[in-house]
Design a protein around this ligand. Structure first.
Ligand SMILES: Nc1ncnc2c1ncn2[C@@H]1O[C@H](COP(=O)(O)OP(=O)(O)O)[C@@H](O)[C@H]1O
Ligand SMILES: [Mg+2]
Length: 762
């Protein structure tokens, strides 16, 4: 106890110059501004995660420099790395009872943290470890009074996800069932309320029976009073229980809703880019929307039907007690209904499937039209689109109608049976009363009537449920097509996190897009040192963009090796890789928000100064400052208030904001007017200082300054060298150059500063 002083008293004020935490993989270039790896809390979490075999990346922690990491930020950090984490409040008693050797992170009130590594209830002490202390240091025993001086009860639990983590498990009915069952405590309460309600529903018919058979026959007023009292109390209970049941049902519905919502969006974000390239947005959207059918079903019909089944369990014995003959008839009728519905099921399944397919095709047209409305209008394609739409609408409604017609059949056939259960039983009962008065009495018959209807309802509902289940099953299948597509970040925590310099090597890289026959790249080999300004030229379709896509890890199923500083790309942690890249495409999406927000792009810990610096480097400062509100100017969707050149320079600023080691410009200036292009090109040399750049351009004039130019043709490397060499020795390059610069005489006279190496694969 005497060395209690070793317990961290928090160090939000820890000297920033302290050495970075060993093994945290912190990449100063990419992320020191994002989180201070020396913060005790961060260290505590790192240690807790490492206990479970996961090395967290401090770059992923979204905390501003100098700020204390909140429990919420820490949770997000841990969870994104695939671990289970929970923020909670613990009491001293709970600390003593914590089981297992896994450390628990205690967040101290002053911004510090401690690792709880054990407890000794007999001595009434817990054992804490200072996250900054070496692993070999002994934990310190602390008693309640001492701990409470620094600790208010906040704790973070970290552990391996139990079983298949729900985020990774395939989306199936089973997944949903598990999601629903996770609410089992509430569901149990709902069940209890339902059983109680069912028992109460027996009460009135029972009393009616008694009134008729006893009170009326024997004219006993006291019995009537007693019965009235019971009835009154029954109504009171029924009201309260009904309220509780509805309330709980709402809670379950809301919770399942948010579970589904979170899951959908997480999966969507984790899908690889090529999924979105191959599937129309409209289709994805429509499929994901199907999930709400499921949600409605789960918390609507299915729940009520199951609750009604409780009624059945309570009622059925009672009905058999009243009259076995009548009860059997009700059961037989219900079974018949179920059989009819089941018989139609396979055919309905097919028709419903077709109808849904048609709906998808229809909504694709809608979304495409909205997205491409400019093209539609400028090409005067409205009549064409309308025709397509008309046809799809007709198709969809025809198929819906077919499905509807078919399911009308079981509904029709079932009606007489339902009526028989409700009314036929009455006639039969009356007959039984007349013929064998000994077994059934009038009161009993009326009670049966009142209850029989309640019995038929759940039985028919159950059969109908199976019918609805078909549609929901189809909906789940639809949603699963999106949600079960393999995600790209299946192991966020996996992979190397090397510190990049930016040397790029392709070794015999062959690649074909999934589903494509022709190879987009064939035996591509080249190598450039860090800091190179690399130009990529070639005809359209020659594989320039494909090379940049492989570099970013968008497509990873290539043969051969792509290396950055000698590390194979597929072994590098994907988020880390992407963070090291800046990418500017021909058409860049600017988000709704201010200029500053667009440049910072939600990166934590960056300020207006960073945005200004990036804008200056990108040559965007000049026009931003001329805008009415400068950096606070609002950019609308589609950025109509910016010219193409301005948009491009903003995109470049955005790509430069975290000082990427490698910058890719894929036809970034191709759509610009010559003046804007010249502006951007004038900045390229400055932008490229201290980083590797890959510039794709079909205008060779913007590449003459490159240290090396890679000439591609039909997916193969033709040559590589600086401009002045290529003009002399590479026929394809010379031809392209002459095409674009006929008016010039002496095209090449620029030296190369870095000597690139070309290794032609064979
Ligand atoms: N997402 C994709 N899916 C299938 N094939 C593609 C895809 N992107 C490009 N390709 C094909 O790969 C080849 C190379 O394309 P790309 O690298 O984009 O050429 P470049 O950028 O030089 O014009 C082309 O034949 C093209 O049709
Ligand atoms: Mg391209």
């Amino acid at each position: 106890m005497d060395n209690f002083d070793a317990i961290p008293a928090g160090d939000a004020k820890a000297p920033p110059a302290a050495p970075p935490l060993a093994g945290s993989g912190a990449d100063p270039a990419a992320g020191e501004s994002e989180a201070d790896p020396n913060s005790v809390r961060v260290r505590a979490i790192l240690a807790a995660a490492r206990y479970h075999g996961i090395d967290l990346d401090t770059n992923d922690l979204r905390v501003r420099r100098g700020e204390v990491a909140t429990a919420l930020a820490l949770l997000g950090w841990v969870r994104n790395s695939g671990l289970w984490a929970k923020a909670t409040r613990l009491s001293w008693g709970q600390l003593l009872k914590l089981k297992g050797p896994a450390p628990v992170v205690l967040l101290f009130a002053d911004g510090g943290a401690g690792l709880l590594v054990g407890a000794n209830p007999a001595r009434n002490v817990v054992f804490l470890r200072d996250p900054r202390a070496p692993a070999s240091a002994d934990p310190v025993a602390v008693d309640e009074l001492r701990l409470q001086q620094v600790w208010g009860g906040e704790a973070v639990l970290v552990r391996k996800p139990r079983g298949a983590p729900e985020a990774d498990a395939p989306f199936t009915f089973g997944w949903i069932a598990r999601a629903v069952l996770r609410e089992r405590r509430i569901l149990r309460d709902i069940g209890l309320a339902s059983i109680a309600l069912s028992v109460l529903t027996i009460l009135p018919p029972l009393l009616v029976m008694t009134v008729i058979d006893r009170v009326l026959v024997h004219q006993s007023l006291s019995t009537l009073v007693l019965i009235s009292t019971i009835l009154g109390v029954g109504v009171l209970y029924e009201t309260l229980l009904g309220y509780a049941r509805r309330e709980l049902t709402q809670v379950v519905a809301a919770r399942i809703d948010s579970t589904l919502n979170l899951h959908i969006f997480n999966r969507l974000l984790a899908l690889p880019i090529d999924y979105f390239e191959r599937n129309p947005a409209g289709q994805t959207n429509h499929r994901l929307h199907q999930i709400w059918k499921l949600r409605e079903f789960l918390t609507g019909k299915m729940l009520t039907t199951f609750l009604d089944l409780f009624t059945l369990l309570v009622l059925l014995p009672f009905l058999f007690y009243l009259s076995a003959t009548l009860a059997w008839m009700v059961v037989a009728g219900s079974v018949l209904i179920a059989l009819i519905i089941l018989a139609f099921l396979p055919a309905i399944r097919v028709k419903v499937g077709r109808a849904i397919e048609a709906e998808v095709r229809k909504s694709v047209v809608m979304v495409e039209t909205v997205h491409g409305i400019r093209t539609v209008k400028s090409l005067a394609m409205e009549p064409v689109q309308k025709e397509v739409w008309d046809e799809r609408v007709a198709d969809a409604s025809r198929k819906r109608l077919e499905a509807g017609r078919l399911s009308n059949w079981p509904a029709t056939l079932v009606t007489p049976i339902e009526r028989f259960i409700e009314r036929g039983v009455l006639l039969l009962g009356a007959y039984l009363v007349l013929e064998q008065a000994s077994t059934v009495q009038v009161g009993g018959l009326i009670a049966f009537m009142l209850l029989g209807m309640r019995l038929a309802q759940p039985l028919v509902g159950l059969a109908r449920l199976i019918e609805d289940m078909e549609e929901v099953r189809a909906a789940v299948g639809e949603a699963a097509m999106v949600l079960n597509h393999p995600t790209e970040i299946s192991g966020v925590s996996r992979g190397l996190r090397p510190r990049f310099n930016g040397a790029i090597t392709f070794e015999n890289v062959t690649f074909a897009y999934p589903g494509a026959k022709a190879k987009a790249l064939e035996k591509v080999s080249f190598s450039v040192p860090a800091g190179t300004m690399l130009g990529l030229v070639g005809k359209s379709g020659s594989g320039k963009s494909t090379i940049t896509r492989l570099l970013q890890g968008i497509n990873r199923e290539y043969d051969g090796y792509v290396k950055i500083d000698g590390s194979e790309l597929r072994e590098i942690n994907l988020p880390h890789l992407r963070r090291s890249f800046g990418v500017v495409l021909q058409d860049n999406f600017l988000f709704r928000g201010t200029v500053r927000e667009n440049i910072l792009a939600g990166r934590p810990g960056l300020t207006l100064e960073d945005a200004v610096r990036a804008a200056r480097l990108a040559g965007a400062e000049e026009f931003i400052e001329r805008m009415p509100q400068g950096y606070e100017t609002f950019i609308e969707e589609g950025s109509p208030n910016l010219s193409g050149g301005q948009r491009q320079r903003l995109a470049i600023a955005r790509a430069l904001i975290n000082d990427p080691r490698i910058l890719i410009l894929d036809e970034a200036t191709s759509a610009l007017d010559p003046e804007s292009e010249a502006l951007v090109n004038a900045n390229l040399k400055r932008i490229g200082r201290g980083r590797t750049m890959a510039i794709v351009s079909h205008r060779l004039s913007s590449l003459v300054d490159c240290d090396a130019i890679l000439v591609l043709d039909q997916g193969t490397v033709v040559d590589m060298g600086p401009h002045r060499e290529l003009v002399e020795r590479c026929a394809i390059y010379r031809q392209l150059w002459l095409q674009q610069n006929r008016h010039m005489q002496d095209p090449a006279n620029r030296p190369a500063s870095v000597g690139p190496v070309l290794a032609q694969g064979d």
